[in-house]
Design a protein. Sequence first.
Length: 210
Amino acid sequence: MTRYVPLEHPRFVKAQRDIFIKVMVADCMTHRCRVQKKGARVRLDVCCQYGVDVDLGERDAILARRDEIAAIMKKPAASAPWFDEEVYSDVDFPSGAYVRTETHNRGCIFLAHDQRGCAIHRAALENGWDYRSVKPHVCRLFPLTYEPDAIVLSDDYPAYSCAYDENAPSVYRSGRDALSDIFGQDVVRALDQAEAQVLGQRSRMRVLGG
């Protein structure tokens, strides 16, 4: 059963308790990704294998940077359609609608095909523009995601090895800056209060348990 803690926020009124307890590697670009299955081999950027939902505004921002992003991708991917043609309505997205990225060679079309990582992010770093204005917010939040009234963990979070590093920070701490950028400081203030409550409860339980 999913457990929540309340938030003092007009939109997000609760958060999944596990975001403050479960962990996420601090630097996924140096992590050797694996799917958590018996005998699974290293598969870098495995969380990007299915593509992603992209707000229509984000799609337009990506296409405005098409030449710089395409320069990092292999030619078959750069010249292929980047987005599915179907548009899905969803009031949770900033524009009220989104599209899906296409996939290429068992991964998101935007995986950097000569190195690991996202071609959008790399294009921003190499060309001096802010990736936060272009890279899909769903990607930036992972493994956090959101529902109409809650901040939660993505369903597939437990499937990947980045969730099992004992020395890693919490999922919330890993995604705190992205949450602030995307939803504003008020969300982070509310989550900080909830985090203190959850960690305080855990500390008291450890003391009582000896």
